[in-house]
Design a protein around this ligand. Structure first.
Ligand code: ATP
Length: 233
């Protein structure tokens, strides 16, 4: 589904990614983990074209996307739930959801506003509220719903549970577990190791702009030295 190879990305003259390499298979949940400032968000933003890489390749569903504009990559089926949610503050919940709705992949059973409301009933209750009046948890649900409304083949979530109360975090994890059952591929950047071990198939640990360890959940739960060295657990 997604194959990232040898990505190098710069901010001006400052290099942030040093040969980032990982992949996500169809139907898989994969994580990028690592301490702050190691290059996870830069990786996500390079994939979607917000911070284009200077070299390396990003193959999505068999197509090279590293030189494409963000909207073109999005239209190919990558749905981004960005760090900090970034819901449209002056649009209502309903408007946020319909603003990006599309079905470019012509999926047979696409996401609809009703399905998003069924997953997050909180959003239906706030359907006419403006984005900036929502709680952090509601904004996060809205950001996920908005990405689903683009009917992606790969959902990318950058710090989707950051700063949320434990109960809300549980709801987000439960929703992601449901979403994965629908067969969608998911790339998760997050810090909650315990939850990620349960939800994800494989993990890539990022240190200074490159992958320093990869393995499945069983391997990572046993690798206490790796957890300690790279995740500070
Ligand atoms: P966090 O969990 O804190 O978001 P991260 O692993 O996602 O961390 P990045 O945000 O990708 O890390 O940062 C990687 C490196 O790039 C860091 O050294 C950071 O200071 C730098 N960086 C990130 N954004 C910018 C920017 N807009 N301009 C210049 N340097 C940046």
């Amino acid at each position: 589904m997604l194959k990232v190879t040898g990505l190098e990305t710069y901010y001006g003259t400052s290099q942030a990614l040093f040969g980032m390499t990982f992949d996500v298979e169809a139907g898989e949940v994969v994580t990028l983990m690592g301490r702050n400032g190691m290059g996870k968000t830069t990786t996500v933003n390079s994939i979607i074209g917000i911070v284009p890489p200077t070299s390396g390749s990003i193959e999505f569903a068999g197509q090279e996307v590293s030189k494409l504009a963000s909207f073109k990559t999005a239209n190919l089926g990558i749905g981004l739930v960005p760090e900090g949610r970034q819901v449209f503050p002056n649009l209502s919940v309903r408007e946020n959801l319909v603003a990006t709705a599309s079905n470019h992949q012509k999926l047979d059973d696409p996401w609809t506003i009703e399905k998003v409301y069924a997953m997050f009933p909180e959003l239906e209750l706030r359907a006419t509220s403006m984005g900036n009046l929502l709680s952090g948890g509601e904004q996060q649900m809205l950001a996920i719903g908005r990405a689903l409304m683009t009917n992606p083949r790969l959902l990318v979530l950058d710090e989707a549970t950051e700063g949320l109360a434990p109960l809300i975090r549980e709801k987000i994890w439960a929703a992601l577990a449901d979403i994965r059952k629908s067969g969608l591929s998911i790339l998760l950047v997050d810090k909650n190791l315990k939850d990620l071990l349960k939800l994800a198939d494989r993990h890539f640990i990022v240190e200074k702009g490159q992958v320093v360890w990869s393995g499945n959940s069983a391997q990572l739960s046993k690798a206490e030295d790796i957890q300690h060295r790279y995740l500070g657990v």
